[in-house]
Design a protein around this ligand. Structure first.
Ligand code: NDP
Ligand code: 2IT
Length: 475
């Protein structure tokens, strides 16, 4: 994965600059002329936004049988409407670094769909961020949020700001400047951001502080992922990683298996990866490798989680530091983590980090379950390999929905001025993930593709939003 980092980033940028993205073709979509024409129109209207095209293609590819069952969705032009964001905000973020130099970044918020509730979705700070990335993430978020069963619409935002190597003061000044523009678009009933890559508890604190200062309102429900001392929820930090493993446990259960005793590989070493590793270890599995964008570490005795947390969360250092402090482990600079044989794989870093070749290698090496902690980490070719080989495959919009679901639980606690215990909140998360698993599983069966969680998630997530859009009229 590490070796591919630059190509992912550069492809996004190159396509954005050149104003053209690859148009993805599969036989299934081409067999449905209406869906194919909607997709081609999306490509035409959103030039160069290749990740957005990819996300749209993947959802539309599942919807043929849905349109046959619900012809009213086509009459109401639901597919065309759902592919067009309700609102897109792009803004300048001027800020000052520690040397007093003025720096400029670009900010985004795409408010994609509010049929089910206020726009909800994270903020990403990473140099690869451009409109196409924010739109793919916002589009995914619509269906993910629908699957949680909570009253939340879909949105996403962020900036091309790179937090790596910045001081706390620089991060604070950047967050304050970001919020100086974004605050006018937010509100607990309007749009509720949270974290994503490069945005964790520290950044949410600075963003909330500035929102409070500008508006003179202590509006807890306007952001989620807050610290526990000012309205945050227990379990939100752990939720995406824990939820992912609850989802995998259900996929394995269907096959008469469990995580216990399984050798696992988790890519990334950020928020999602760390708490996925924690839950795998709690459930008796063993994670032997994880990564960052420079390389991966291999610790055959099982990753030492206390050390990993110290290196990544407290010291904010690179993953290679782990090996300095744990000499029996190995660091593979620039290596591809998917070369490591395992039974369970969880890509938890970024989009398109696992391609067709990686999927074939994992499968050859004996993988039985793969679930996406990251958003769209598996390329369409990779997904096809897993489905063809009969690997249990949990797509991100289902498998990583535990984060946003717990954000909705945080909003619920804020609205009632309550604070739940860790165990109570974790139990709710577990139930939500089991519910998402079962809805995807049943929907896949009902629409003629048993065991295909990709179709199950897309169809189940879509139908709820589509029905709400029909009921709400032409808005
Ligand atoms: P973090 O910023 O905490 O960690 C991101 C990890 O991914 C780091 O190890 C980082 O390595 C690596 N990474 C990021 N970008 C790239 C890249 N272009 N190439 C290679 N590696 C990269 O983010 P999160 O853990 O919060 O997010 C990880 C994924 O999970 C994302 O896809 C996000 O959208 C998704 N997600 C997050 C949720 C949440 O609640 N936080 C909820 C649902 C999904 P490095 O430090 O070297 O950049
Ligand atoms: O991709 C995601 O679901 C997130 N980054 C979490 C969004 C949220 O609002 O908690």
């Amino acid at each position: 994965m590490a070796a591919k980092k630059n190509s992912v980033v550069e492809t996004s940028r190159r396509n954005a600059v050149a104003g053209r993205g690859p148009s993805i073709k599969t036989p299934t979509l081409a067999q449905n002329p209406y869906l194919e024409s909607v997709y081609q129109e999306v490509v035409r209207r959103n030039p160069g936004e290749c990740e957005f095209h990819q996300a749209v293609h993947e959802v539309l590819d599942s919807l043929g049988p849905v349109l046959a069952k619900f012809p009213e969705f086509a009459e109401h032009r639901i597919i065309e409407r759902i592919c067009e964001p309700e609102r897109q905000i792009i803004f300048r973020i001027p800020w000052q670094d520690d040397k007093g130099e003025v720096r400029i970044n670009r900010g985004f918020r795409v408010e994609f769909n509010s049929a089910l509730g206020p726009y909800k979705g994270g903020l990403r700070f990473h140099p690869s961020v451009y409109l196409g990335i924010v739109k793919f993430l916002g589009f995914e978020q619509i269906f993910k949020n629908s699957l949680t069963g909570m009253p939340i619409g879909g949105g996403k935002g962020g900036s091309d700001f790179d937090p790596h190597g910045k001081s706390d003061n620089e991060i604070m000044r950047f967050c304050q400047s970001f919020m100086n523009e974004l605050y006018r678009h937010l509100g607990e009933y309007t749009d509720v951001p949270a974290g994503d890559i490069g945005v964790g508890g520290r950044e949410i604190g600075f963003l909330f502080g500035q929102y409070k200062r500008i508006t003179n309102r202590y509006e807890s429900g306007v952001l989620t992922g807050k610290g526990l001392s000012y309205g945050g929820s227990l379990v939100r930090t752990e939720a995406t990683g824990y939820g992912l493993i609850f989802f995998i446990e259900q996929m394995l259960k269907v096959r008469g298996e469990s995580i216990k005793g399984k050798t696992c590989v988790v890519s990334g070493s950020g928020n999602v990866a760390i708490f996925a590793i924690e839950k795998i270890h709690q459930m008796g599995g063993k994670v032997i490798a994880c990564s960052d964008s420079d390389g991966y570490i291999l610790d055959k005795r099982g990753i030492d989680l206390d050390l990993l947390k110290r290196v990544k969360l407290e010291q904010r250092k690179r993953i290679r530091e782990y090996v300095e402090q744990q000499p029996k482990s190995h660091y593979v600079a620039g290596g591809n983590i998917w070369e490591v044989p395992c039974e369970v794989a969880a890509p938890c870093a970024t989009q398109n980090e696992l391609n067709g070749k990686d999927a074939a290698l994992l499968s050859k090496n004996g993988v039985i379950a793969v679930a996406e902690g990251a958003n769209m980490p598996t390329t369409p070719e990779g997904v096809k390999v897993f489905l063809d080989k009969g690997v249990a495959f949990g797509p991100g919009k289902a498998a990583n929905a535990g984060g946003v679901a717990t954000s909705a639980l945080e909003m619920q606690q804020n609205a009632s001025r309550d604070a739940w215990t860790f165990d109570f909140t974790e139990q709710k998360l577990r139930q939500i993930m089991m519910g998402i698993h079962d809805s995807c599983y049943k929907t896949a069966e009902e629409f003629g593709t048993p065991g295909n969680y990709v179709n199950g998630a897309n169809i189940c997530g879509f139908i709820k939003v589509a029905k709400a859009m029909v009921s709400l009229g032409l808005i």
